[in-house]
Design a protein around this ligand. Structure first.
Ligand code: SAM
Length: 255
């Protein structure tokens, strides 16, 4: 397989599991076959982009088994930093909106945490639905990597509190704390950034103190109060914009 493809052409794309690829052939399952042939109305011999959700993209042609890989494509849509979002799921379908938008912004991992004031008690099939939304959103956003979604865990059990090397930020309202953007500016480039945002009612005092005791930095996202659905996206987008603009100042496009 070669390294380049003809990107001028607008091609439909589909995300498959890595295990579905064998010897240059992608074995599409029944629902993928349905999507490709009935929904997208593609025919045998048509070209398509195949993504494995782990960062690899190929140009392929549809055949009777599924698709045959022709060449790898050097598309790069991923951020140079892996953003982990720890989110107290808002009530209703708020987390679904967060999953879609976090995917668009470039977040790598989502960790739902059930904090003291979290109103949502996710049912067991929620996680499956959230992961399906992440996959569909990745196709739409042309992500090479699908947002991973961890099992929801109680606040106190979240990995976020364990001393770890990636910088960790807890966004809090109404406090004299630095803006997240200023923290990013004063830090060298990192491979991972961890961000946490609270539920509709915010974090309790005890939760904020727990975070401070764990060495987490409390940050502001600006002077206005953002909804629980908006805050994680604003936080993630600040990180995404900061890291992508760093790439520009390293010799890529300038305005
Ligand atoms: N009355 C709650 C309070 O003051 O904490 C409002 C919570 S807000 C709807 C939900 C979450 O979004 C907060 O817990 C916080 O993590 C985040 N958030 C919203 N606006 C923010 C801001 N301006 N700065 C930092 N975090 C913010």
């Amino acid at each position: 397989m070669k390294q380049h493809a003809h990107l001028g052409e607008h091609l439909q794309r589909i995300v498959v599991d890595h295990n579905q690829i064998n010897d240059g052939i992608v074995h599409l399952n029944a629902s993928q076959q349905h999507y490709v042939h009935r929904v997208l109305r593609l025919k045998l011999g048509d070209r398509i982009l195949i993504m494995d959700g782990r960062g690899q993209t190929w140009l392929a042609t549809l055949n009777s088994q599924g698709a045959e890989l022709l060449e790898t494509i050097g598309i790069q849509t991923e951020l140079p930093v892996a953003i982990h979002l720890w989110v107290a799921p808002p009530k209703g379908n708020g987390l679904e909106e967060i999953i879609r938008q976090a995917t668009e912004v470039g977040v790598a991992h989502l960790h739902p945490i059930l904090s003291n004031r979290t109103l949502l008690q996710p049912s067991p099939n929620k996680l499956e639905r959230w992961r399906r939304i992440a996959l569909e959103s990745a196709e739409q956003a042309e992500r090479q990597v699908i947002l991973t979604i961890a099992e929801p865990v109680p606040f106190q059990d979240a990995l976020f509190w364990q001393p770890q090397s990636p910088p960790r930020y807890l966004s809090v309202t109404r406090r004299e704390v630095p803006h997240l953007l200023n923290c990013l500016k004063h830090q060298s480039a990192q491979s991972e950034i961890w961000l946490a945002t609270g539920p509709e009612g915010g974090w309790t005092e005890a939760e904020v103190n727990r975070a401070i005791a764990a060495g987490v930095e409390c940050v502001s996202l600006g002077a206005r109060i953002l909804r629980a659905v908006t805050a994680p996206i604003v936080a993630a987008n600040l990180v995404a914009a900061w890291y992508e603009s760093m790439g520009e100042s390293n010799g890529q496009e300038e305005c």
